[in-house]
Ligand binder design. Structure first.
Ligand SMILES: Nc1ncnc2c1ncn2[C@@H]1O[C@H](COP(=O)(O)OP(=O)(O)O)[C@@H](O)[C@H]1O
Ligand SMILES: [Mg+2]
Length: 222
């Protein structure tokens, strides 16, 4: 579903990736680790096709960085749910409206929107807060809302860039458990993190590491 084929990527004055190759299949759960500045966010933005390889290609579902046309970009983005370290909720809208927004943008009928948003808020555990404004919520609750917004369009893959970076250890683990439960229902999940405590706890999950401008599969030993 996601393929990096001989991918090289550089910013104007900095080479980030040199011959990166991997695949992520439908329904997989993958952790992406790497020291700060190694290129985790860059790699995720290549999946979104905000950034394109200098050499090689990235394929996501039926889209490919070498052949995607500008009008197809929104179709690609609809297949990808994004969650960030700093939540990026709209502070002038309540929880319901934050989660409903991607559906409005997709032109979905209002009756369906209501049903779907309440379902998703229930799934992530913030149903009772649907009228609250983001600033009335704790960090963990805000991240739950941002996860709801990311899955409301039923994406093929949920991508989380340091989703626990602003949260304490207990809340962090609760958020990871939520991502796991979303994965159990069939959505592929890719989590970039430098939270090694969590990665160690979930050592049975697939682990990819960015190191020396490449991506390696890692197996943790007991
Ligand atoms: N737009 C950009 N222009 C130039 N350099 C960048 C840009 N974005 C990130 N970088 C640099 O590329 C490297 C990788 O960044 P990033 O992908 O954000 O790493 P990570 O998410 O692993 O911390 C860092 O050294 C960063 O400073
Ligand atoms: Mg980053």
């Amino acid at each position: 579903m996601i393929t990096f084929n001989k991918v090289h990527f550089s910013y104007p004055k900095k080479e980030i990736f040199k011959d990166v190759n991997f695949k992520i299949d439908k329904g997989e759960f993958v952790f992406l680790i790497g020291e700060s500045g190694t290129g985790k966010t860059t790699l995720l933005r290549m999946i979104n096709m905000e950034l394109v390889p200098r050499i090689g290609e990235v394929t996501v579902a039926e889209f490919n960085t070498n052949s995607i046309k500008k009008p197809e970009i929104p179709l690609l983005r609809r297949k990808i749910g994004f969650v960030f370290q700093d939540f990026k909720l709209l502070n002038d809208r309540n929880v319901f409206d934050n989660v409903a927004l991607p559906l409005y943008l997709s032109g979905v009928k209002p009756a369906y929107i209501k049903k779907k948003v309440f379902n998703v808020l229930n799934e992530v555990g913030v149903f009772d807060s649907y009228r609250k404004m983001p600033e009335e919520l704790s960090g963990g609750e805000q991240q739950r809302v941002s996860i709801a917004r990311a899955i409301v369009n039923e994406p093929l893959v949920l991508i989380a860039d340091e989703p626990t970076g602003n949260l304490d250890p207990f809340v962090s683990f609760e958020i990871i458990k939520l991502l796991l439960s979303i994965n159990y229902k069939g959505t592929a999940v890719l989590v970039a993190t430098h939270n090694y405590e969590i990665v160690k706890k979930l050592r049975s999950k697939r682990l990819m590491q960015i190191k020396d401008k490449k991506v390696f599969e890692v197996v943790l030993k007991d």
